[in-house]
Design a protein around this ligand. Sequence first.
Ligand code: NOJ
Length: 795
Amino acid sequence: MVICLRHALPALFIAALISSSLIAQGRPTPNPQLAAKGLNTRVESLLKKMTLEEKIGQMVQFSAGFATGPGAAEKNTHFDDLVAKGEVGSFLNVVGAEATNHYQHIAMEKTRLHIPLIFGLDVIHGDHTVFPVPLAVAASFDPPAAEIVAHTGGVEARADGVPWVFSPMVDIARDPRWGRIIESNGEDPYLGSVMARAWVRGYQQGDLSKPNSVAVSVKHFAAYGAAIAGRDYNATDMSEITLRQVYLEPYRAAVEEGAATMMSSFNSINGVPATANPFTLTQILRKEWGFDGFVVSDWGAVKELINHSIGDGPTVARKALMAGLDMDMEGNLYGTVIAQQVRSGKIPESVIDEAVRRILRVKFALGLFEHPYVEPGPAYEPTAEKRALARKVADETLVLLKNDPVEGVGALLPMTGKAKKVALMGPMADNQRDIIGSWSQGDPKNAVTLRKALSERLGDGLLYAEGCGLLSGQDAVTLNKVNFGGSVASAVGGNEVPDDDQTIAAAVETAKQADVAILALGESANWMEGEASSRVHLGFTGSQEKLLEAVVATGKPVILVVMAGRPLELKWAAEHVPAILEAWSPGMEGGHAIADVLFGDVNPSGKLPSSLPRAVGQEPLYYAQMPTGRPATGVDLSHIPTDSPSKFVSRYVDEENSALFPFGWGLSYTRFSYSKPTVSRESVPLKEVLASGHSPVVKVGVDVKNTGSVAGTEVVQMYIRNTDASVEQPVRELKGFARVQLAPGESKHVEFPLGFDELNFYNVEVKRTVEPTTYKIWVGGSSLATEETSLQIVE
Ligand code: NOJ
């Protein structure tokens, strides 16, 4: 059997394909979803009737429900009046038929022009049905899984009156100190772009006019994930080549896929705030990529431009608008300081018209003028069918980091029938709130914990002791100082330091009664993951490490299950615990999915979308590093540890350069072998590559065999290195992957296309190009792949 894959070109979307091939030739084309027949005529005819105030009203958004940012309470709460006067075009955080219909009736019935509101919401990993967090979904290396998550969440949001989701987040995240890595697709631009497309497809279904499609807001434009030192909201600073080649790629992919809206980011980029950045918002996004949806600011980001020191209120609003920022989220500046500046001639009305055009286009495309309301439905209960989907996706996201044989026992996983008594411990074992992860709209009560799932399988054979909490009293004190107004302390039981010694001792006694101990440790979704949750310590919080060490000291075989929204430091665990499963924040069916893998009903197939560090001091740590003049290894794979012959090489004196577990890593209960990869042509003339557009010029083929005794799925990964470019290129870059299912003994031939799309890079003139060179090519099961071939591009 032959499998040939190129994720960047989903066969389903021919229209997108045609438009993207034009973009590659430098000719942006309109998004077919926003260019439906007659749509522009309707927009223009409505625009002509609008007063300046009505136009500006379309550009104003408020949070009229719960707050997802600071300062909401200070804002205007006379929302009924604002809507009736046409002074608001959108709300966020208003959810459900009753609330959305309430405001929509005012907009449709009391305003002069009856323009519907558009409601937006952070639907990040499902809505009522809570799937694993996006970082986990990326670990599946399975774009259809992302489509399922997006589609399910979108359909549920639409049924709640919300036709616009603030998702997907496509920021490249290479520093797990940044709490928002949980919402990302991890460190890699290729994986990030493939997944970005899948999320957009799942939400928008290639057709915004479908009654259950939702418009996406791709965020946070741009480069928010590169916040210096991983501190949220911090500045970013990088070369234009890195910006384009690494950080902008997933946004570009999302735009090619038809993304209807974008959200600007809080950070500045090379000194210019992203929310008032003409280079990113107009030059790149509109002129180069042909984006014709609208851009909404992030929460309060227009007003925060004052803190960026680029002017007073009127000035920053003008700068944002002129740069290409169409809608002011929860900022109230557009509504108050723009009209006057248009009247005085400081802002041309044509700029307002263009912003309003873009917003109306999306409202028309979504069919909101025809169907502004939503039918009230019964309170949402997750169906068995949706639970099954959440479980299936979660099954694919779990990454088996380690499964070393234990003397006299063999490999601990899978657990099939070996252990009669199992001790389950740790603060994530029976924790419904944190298992679903941050940014969850769903009800934690619907979450299945690992304790529940294991007790379904083991009954009395399961022993349980929590051992310790996620946070100790000291963490609570620290977090409160950071500004949680006492809420953390009350959530974890006050500022008293709990007596972990006693609870740990009780857990140790529980472990001693069992054949095997499972420790479920992790991170608080509420306090430590997501927005405003950067950390400088990446170890387990509270007394968790102490608990782990105490249980390991009993000599019982230990399986560690890590539930966290970011790579944590697992160095001690990796040295002392034989089996480790990275489970991320696995969502409402997380307990079942983890049990599926622990018992071998599901053979793990997830791979790391983000390198796991040995120490936080290595961050930002990622596999696609640039070469140095003094590589530590003496070979080009500077992420593979070997002894260095000299002190004067690029390395740390107190730790290895390499990741503890590298990008793409993940074990299976079976083994896979790879043939040496081959190329369909060993050399290709440069002219042919440059003229090929999106068409591949070469195929890289490899045979993958399941050499073990159980069926399994391998994520086959292809990496390339441009060895002789005019601008230095990373030591490896992922340029293809495929999930391949193999029965025991079965072999499949996998082919990856290579063409301009995969081979290009930005030269010193910051132009995408390909030059004569040799590409090294590796295919294997992680970024450490060793099976190698090469391709020459000749004059
Ligand atoms: C701020 C966050 O950065 C963004 O991701 C989110 O969509 C908005 N708040 C709205 O909640």
